[in-house]
Design a binder for this molecule. Sequence first.
Ligand code: SF4
Length: 213
Amino acid sequence: MHEPIKLSVTSLQSALDCPLCFWIAERLGSPPSIFARITSQMDSVIKNYMKQFIGGSNLPEWFPVRGTLLDASGTLRATDPATGITLAGKLDALARTEDGKYHVVDYKTGRPPEEVPYYYQMQLDGYAYLLERNGFEPVAGGVLLYFTPQHGDLGEGLFPFKITPVRASVDSSRVLSTLARVKEILDMTAPPTRSEDCEMCMWREQVESTLSE
Ligand code: SF4
């Protein structure tokens, strides 16, 4: 009997980006991340800061959705009957407007983009799918909240962050076709082909060819 397939929302786009890397990571585990510690520290500071707004009706002016920010600390899961894949994800927060619509809220660090990057769009769509499958409907949109370090002086060795919201639309219907592709990749008995434009693999191949000369 096959083990049930579990997949995180954050891995959905990686299956589309490079089937080979995804296939390897699912079978042998992901490579270690050198940024893990600092990223998780920032994540915890940001979540702690945003906690003050959870449950209250005093959302700040810069927050683009009028309503209530809800705690979303639990993991949401949903199993797609067609592929048997259980998708799981943990939202940073969830906003509910007075007319009962939900908005996915995701915290990011770095410079805010003009438009939602495609890899974050898939995350937002995945969260929307999980929300709908767990009774949080309708999901009307998403918000990426960017926390960007700024030049400035808060004193006592601290420095400030600027918060910029980036609004997003969501389309949960994309998730099912992505899960079908994930299943196809995972069912492959031989490694699939790699992404054609990955700089890391192109560099590796160049190094290998130089060393073998
Ligand atoms: S092409 Fe890039 S993403 Fe794919 S296996 Fe190589 S390093 Fe990984």
